[in-house]
Design a protein around this ligand. Structure first.
Ligand code: PHE
Length: 466
């Protein structure tokens, strides 16, 4: 068996927290959270999200990090160490990052492309309607940017846990926080008179974001808000993709796990809230509420228009924004790759460097397939959850909507009912630390989380329509 020294280790609690927060803070915080908040009644969504983060999120994050630290294994082999008959979950937990890595790198490439566009002062072009579609449907450029992004990711993972992942996170995460605070403050102070003659200010936008409006909310609306918040949280804290198990396996025994978990959650939630603070007022001021679309549309279509409308300062804000997003994306991509690499190292007793090369070549091939999905390999499929998509969307659907709730559900059953919550609680208490919300944890992992996950899963695969 590979000894601890070979596997690598974080140097301490701070390194671990920043690396895990680096994974958690990603495109989901920036392009999905603000959109959902705007769609789902602002403050109502935020309230649900925070409550779920403190209960469901806390339980899932604690479970995975504890499994990692207890077994000192990557996701592929960790579950088998917890209970030999349940080792199969490990395979699925490993499959998720394998599916995600190629398409995450393609999207990372889009971010780099926009960063370069703004740096070279061509931001005005990006505000044109057809710019984004023109770019992703071109044959060479998306592949080039994807490769650059993938190589960055590969190099960091190549250098290992402390010298690669931890060093990068300690450097990038504080900068990311400063940049996002800076843009948020600017965003609230702007105002603009639109073609309709109406002047909107950042504060008007802030109201759209924060003030809940309960009037006319029926049962179905509440269910939608809660399920949206749950799905978002689940994706945002990077659970059920093997990542937190892999990172947990590098945490030294003397680190206080509970404190680290709280800090990771706080960091992730603050960045999500700030992302809303930064994006919603800006979009509302310049485009009205209709500019708030989800996913690529928001970041690559609406925001460039907003930056363009800001005039000359928009160029600088654009650069800072896409730099910040690039940081968020790279720290997440690194964690996805690490989950795959750590599993290969543990299961096949291969060295880190060889494992990284294999995974990079794999991601390169499939990343190219994803890029070609917008031109040479273009086709559309109707997915069971009612959306239509091409290769990237299909991969996203299989990993996020099907496999992740499935893996998380089985993890809850394993820990809650088979080996019992004590397994996780004892690991957290290791070193004489306290496990603060113990009763809450037990109730969540045994009853509440599995039921919520089952609903999420059934809804995703189209078997339940609430
Ligand atoms: N947690 C990340 C986010 O919120 C998502 C993510 C991380 C996805 C790592 C894949 C891999 O954006």
């Amino acid at each position: 068996m590979r000894n601890e020294k070979d596997r690598g280790k974080f140097t301490g609690g701070i390194g671990f927290v920043l690396a895990a927060a680096g994974s958690a803070v990603g495109l989901g915080n920036i392009w999905r959270f603000p959109y959902l908040a705007a769609k789902d009644n602002g403050g109502v969504f935020i309230l649900c999200y925070i409550i779920l983060a403190l209960t469901f999120g806390f339980a899932m994050l604690t479970t995975e990090i504890a499994i990692g630290r207890k077994t000192k294994q990557g996701p592929l082999t960790a579950y088998g160490r917890i209970h030999p008959k349940w080792k199969g979950i490990g395979f699925f937990a490993w499959l998720v990052p394998i599916i995600i890595l190629p398409y995450y790198c393609s999207i990372g490439g889009w971010v780099l492309k926009y960063l370069v566009t703004f740096i070279t002062n061509k931001g005005a072009l990006a505000a044109d309607d057809g710019y984004f579609t023109g770019f992703i449907s071109s044959e060479v450029s998306p592949i080039v940017f994807m490769v650059v992004f993938l190589l960055f990711t590969g190099i960091v993972v190549f250098f290992g846990v402390d010298k690669g992942i931890e060093k990068m996170s300690k450097f990038l995460m504080p900068i990311l926080l400063i940049l996002i605070i800076g843009i948020s403050v600017y965003s609230i102070t702007i105002s603009h008179t639109g073609e309709d003659g109406i002047t909107r200010t950042g504060i008007d936008g802030l109201k759209v974001y924060l003030i809940p409006d309960f009037t006319g909310m029926n049962f179905h609306d509440w269910v939608t808000v809660i399920i949206d918040a749950l799905g978002q949280l689940f994706f945002s804290i990077s659970v059920a993709m093997g990542i937190m198990i892999a990172y947990g396996s590098y945490v030294p025994k003397e680190v206080n796990l509970m404190k680290s978990i709280n800090n990771i959650e706080i960091f992730d939630t603050i960045v999500a809230l700030l992302a809303g603070l930064m994006i919603i007022p800006a979009v509302v001021v310049f485009m009205g509420k209709k500019g708030m679309t989800q996913g690529p549309g928001l970041m690559f279509v609406s925001l460039p228009k907003v930056f363009d409308a800001m005039g000359s300062i928009g160029v600088i804000i654009g650069i800072v924004f896409f730099l910040m997003v690039a940081f968020a994306a790279i720290t997440s991509a690194v964690s996805v790759m690490e989950a795959i690499v750590s599993s290969i190292m543990d299961r096949f007793q291969l060295g880190r460097k060889k494992s990284v090369v294999i995974v990079t070549i794999y991601a390169l091939i499939f990343g190219i397939v994803v890029c070609l999905g917008y031109n040479k390999l273009y086709f559309e499929v109707k997915l069971p959850n009612g959306t239509t998509g091409q290769i990237l969307d299909i991969m996203d659907y299989i990993s996020n909507n099907c496999l992740m709730p499935f893996v998380a559900l089985l993890t809850c059953i394993l820990i809650g009912w088979v080996v019992k919550p004590k397994t996780v609680i004892d690991e957290v208490k290791e070193g004489g630390y306290k496990f603060g919300r113990k009763t809450l944890y037990i109730i969540m992992i045994k009853f509440v989380a599995p039921i919520m996950l089952l609903i999420l899963l059934l809804r995703s695969i189209g078997l339940l329509s609430i």
